[in-house]
Design a protein around this ligand. Structure first.
Ligand code: ZN
Length: 114
């Protein structure tokens, strides 16, 4: 489960940020997880419970928003969210020229107690 390695990095970042704020405890973490990030959010949440034990983030709420895939049409049609993995424009059928969103995997917010 490679979520564990990724999660450990996220946890380290969160703890570092919390320490800079002189926090004693992290109560909530919020992440953005793209559909193409290559991780299963539920597995991340599980890995978080395990990895955070004994740290200042133990017992914190682990939240995330899923980011849908968004593509840019190579013919200049409005950006679109593909329904499958072909990434063809729903208006003109051209293949997407660019992936605008969906690969995110980032820690966007933490709540702390000082
Ligand atoms: Zn198009």
């Amino acid at each position: 489960m490679h979520e564990v390695g990724i999660l450990n990095q996220v946890l380290e970042m969160a703890i570092e940020a919390a320490e800079q704020e002189c926090a004693t405890k992290i109560v909530r973490l919020h992440l953005l997880i793209g559909e193409l990030a290559g991780v299963v959010p539920e597995a991340m949440a599980f890995a978080f419970d395990v990895a955070s034990a004994g740290t200042m983030a133990e017992g914190a709420t682990f939240e995330w928003d899923t980011v849908k895939v968004r593509c840019r049409c190579s013919n200049g049609c409005p950006d679109f969210e593909p329904d499958n993995y072909v990434y063809a424009c729903p208006r003109c059928g051209a293949l997407a020229s660019e992936l605008l969103a969906g690969r995110e995997l980032q820690l966007v917010d933490i709540d702390i107690e000082t």
